[in-house]
Design a protein around this ligand. Sequence first.
Ligand SMILES: NC(=O)c1ccc[n+]([C@@H]2O[C@H](COP(=O)([O-])OP(=O)(O)OC[C@H]3O[C@@H](n4cnc5c(N)ncnc54)[C@H](OP(=O)(O)O)[C@@H]3O)[C@@H](O)[C@H]2O)c1
Length: 329
Amino acid sequence: MSDSFKALVARKEETLSCSYETLTLDDLDAGDVTVAVDYSTLNFKDGLAITGAAPIAQKHPLVLGIDYSGTVTESAHANFAPGDRVVMNGYGASEYLHGGYAERARVSGEFLVKLPESISNAQAMAIGTAGYTAMLSVMGLQANGPAPGDGPILVTGAAGGVGTVAITLLADLGYEVVASTGRANESDFLMSLGATGILDRAELSERGKPLQKELWAGVVDCVGSHTLANAIAQTRYDGVVTACGLAQGADLPATVMPFILRNVRLQGVDSVQAPMARRLVAWERLAKELDINKLEALSFDLHFSEVLSRAPDILAGKIRGRAVVDLSR
Ligand SMILES: NC(=O)c1ccc[n+]([C@@H]2O[C@H](COP(=O)([O-])OP(=O)(O)OC[C@H]3O[C@@H](n4cnc5c(N)ncnc54)[C@H](OP(=O)(O)O)[C@@H]3O)[C@@H](O)[C@H]2O)c1
């Protein structure tokens, strides 16, 4: 590959603008590992960054893209050598470090995870930050939380990237899963992933009572706001609710009643600064537990050249599952 390469770059003068540019290695961050990026993804957070709907990029100009997989081309880091296949999620990519929407990346080896043998570079991004966050959510739910057979687990934002992988993982672990979605036309797809029930998201999206009928042994929430408040209010005694997202809103209009009367636990999920030990467990578990064959149903290919035009779609909830961005196209 020549020294110059294509990248999707955000610049800010008075307003934010994003466009495809040609960069060279000199434009990248300092770092001890250089990666030929094969795949990235289009996540909700990428949609926010590209459209400027939320101030994700903290420096300009900045290569966007919160995650990527690729092959090491140069390394001065003891843990990595040319040819190693790696994945990068978070750690400030697309915020204050250049991200994955470029054919090359340079980064500290401390931020990279070597991919398990059984996960290809394309599959790593079919999983992507969303799938890895889904696994972190499952791990948060399972830590002193409900076991399979203890009762139904509610997954909100079910047809999105985190939701679809969370349903797959939980169902394959033996949990009964109820999928909350606004897309009734995706019901068959969600059932094919392992959901045994569908709940119209409208039933959770308005202000509700502080304590409601106890329905869920656990919840994986991707949505926040009233949806999360209602899910907490419907969680059974000793249940666990994980919160990773804000697709409905960043507010949490809830009361303490489910916590002090039902011993409900609210577990935050952060993928960006998750410690390396937790990341390694998550990727190892994904390699063992995620049915890779289902990834094809969960993901679709997006050309790099389409990322800019499709970014508003993910914010509008028009993208199903995982968009895998092929940097070569
Ligand atoms: N904490 C972390 O480290 C971390 C990591 C990754 C993602 N996230 C966050 O997690 C959330 C999900 O990410 P994702 O990649 O799965 O995004 P996504 O693919 O866009 O999915 C979000 C889903 O939320 C639902 N939704 C959208 N707007 C809604 C609204 N107004 N009210 C209720 N539900 C709504 C939709 O599901 P239905 O169509 O099924 O209704 C949509 O598919 C996002 O907020 C993202 O920023 C956080």
